[in-house]
Design a protein around this ligand. Structure first.
Ligand code: NAD
Length: 447
């Protein structure tokens, strides 16, 4: 497999894919490492995870460079992600000793619950935030006492492989975290089929997520899914329009729009539509697209030539109200685009995963909610209004799992994250995620 820098098209790495046999070896190693990892004193397991987190923090520049060269993420964002990986690992190191069971009043004795680790878990991650998505799964999986086999997206594996090495350097015992790199259809699917893998935690497309659900059914294998989105950014006429418009480009163009939470549908109340559009276009003009190694760059290229072609299927010939500039020369560049197409256009409904946003007018609160929920997806979204009661009514009515009011920032490792409808199953982050990496055991002690 050849990896190219998406900003320059230069070959940056060549490697051999893992095979199904390699997956079996990794699962066997994870299984063998399980009993000792699970039996380790919680304080010791937490200490090792903290060391791992610190090791990542010591290698932020190296990890960021790998991410930028491999997937085109601007270097500033990549550094932020590398620091966030360390923070996520610290958070779950802290959770090791805090995921407590309960005692329940019953007649004739006491009743106690335990959170038992599942055993070997299979972690499958996408290419859009490679190391960050890996940490969202490694943290809770290991904290809960499981051992893991992690399969990153085969086109952006470099930072994840390095994180696997850093785990070993930090003293995480051999076999606790294993990384295998290869195609989803063989290497990833083996994790679904392998009888010793007790759970699959998947982040990726809804189409593949559906296949995994079918694959896991045979063994009633535990499965969590973080899938696609078409999130709505709802701007009411009584909002601080300047603020809403200034924040709107980042909410959809960050990471070149390759973000499951991208607010790729902006819903604007009709009476404020023209003013908002003017402000939005002005803000988008300031969104610099260029060399991802330049710290001033807001947006880099798309990840691969194939993905660029996929995005262009939606945007070639699209009637836009604003189209930005892209650098000339090599690289998988796509300009930022704001469009106001007919509502029936597939671009208003399907996840494009590129730097394009549709703006849709609405009449009133009920209309905004109707349009927002007219989607198979339900991952994220925002509401902008200065009327607090309206904000509460609207967020409660939105069919989505991860929302924000007067902000587009809704993802934090200490708060639950996940989707309604076809955006997923289960939650990541916060103490809630630990329930997805453990079985709840109930024991009655007769007295
Ligand atoms: P993808 O579904 O193509 O691939 C995701 C991962 O699954 C990759 O590692 C891939 O190799 C593997 N895979 C593919 N087919 C498989 C199979 N048959 N069996 C097992 N594994 C298989 O998704 P992608 O293109 O890498 O990522 C983009 C998608 O991910 C978008 O839809 C995006 O919205 C979604 N995403 C969701 C979240 C979230 O938290 N909800 C976060 C990031 C990305």
């Amino acid at each position: 497999m050849i990896l190219r820098n998406p900003a320059t098209e230069e070959v940056i790495h060549e490697f051999r894919h893992a095979t199904v046999d390699d997956v079996d070896t990794a699962v066997a190693k994870a299984k063998a490492a399980g009993p000792a990892w699970r039996a380790m004193a919680p304080a010791d397991r937490a200490r090792l995870m903290r060391r791992f987190a610190d090791k990542v923090a010591e290698h932020v520049d190296e990890l960021a460079l790998l991410e930028t060269q491999n997937m085109g993420m601007p270097i500033g964002s990549a550094r932020w992600c590398a620091n966030a990986v360390s923070d996520v690992l610290h958070y779950f190191a802290g959770a090791v000793e805090k995921h407590t069971g309960s005692s329940i009043p019953v007649a004739g004795g006491i009743d106690v619950t335990f959170h038992e680790p599942l055993g070997v878990v299979g972690l499958i991650t996408p290419w859009n935030f490679p190391m960050l998505m890996a940490s969202w799964k490694i943290g809770p999986a290991l904290a809960a006492g499981n051992t893991a086999v992690l399969k990153p997206a085969e086109i952006t594996p470099l930072s994840t492989v390095r994180i696997g090495e850093l785990a070993l350097e930090a003293g995480i015992p051999d076999g606790v975290l294993n990384v295998v790199v290869g195609p989803g259809s063989t290497v990833g699917w083996r994790l679904v089929e392998h009888p010793d893998v007790r759970k699959v935690a998947f982040t990726g497309s809804t189409a593949v997520g559906k296949r995994l659900m079918q694959g896991c059914a045979d063994q009633v294998k535990r499965l969590t899914l973080e899938l696609g989105g078409k999130s709505a950014n709802i701007v009411f006429a009584d909002a601080d329009l300047e603020k809403a418009a200034a924040a709107a480009p980042g909410a959809v163009f960050d990471n070149s729009g390759q973000d499951c939470c991208a607010r790729s549908r902006v819903l604007v109340q009709r009476s404020a539509y023209d003013r908002f559009m003017e402000l939005f276009i002005d803000a988008a003009k300031a969104f610099t697209v260029g060399d991802p190694m330049d710290p001033a760059t807001a947006m880099g290229p798309l990840v691969t030539a194939d993905h660029l072609a996929r995005v262009k299927k939606y945007t070639d010939g699209l009637d836009t109200v604003f189209t930005g500039e892209v650098p000339s020369g090599p690289g998988y560049w796509h300009p930022v685009m704001i469009a106001a197409p007919d509502y029936a256009d597939p671009i208003c409904h399907e996840e494009v995963f590129g730097p394009v946003v549709v703006v849709i007018p609405f009449d009133d609160e009920a209309d905004a909610i109707r349009i927002c929920n007219d989607s198979d997806y339900g991952l994220s979204g925002s509401v902008w209004t200065q009327d607090g009661s309206k904000a509460i009514r609207v967020v409660r009515a939105m069919e989505a799992g991860t929302l924000s009011v007067n902000s587009n920032s809704s993802v934090r490792y200490s708060t639950p994250f996940g989707g309604f409808k076809q955006s997923g199953l289960g939650r990541e982050h916060s103490m809630h995620v630990l329930d997805h990496y453990t079985e709840l055991k109930n024991v009655f002690f007769a007295t």
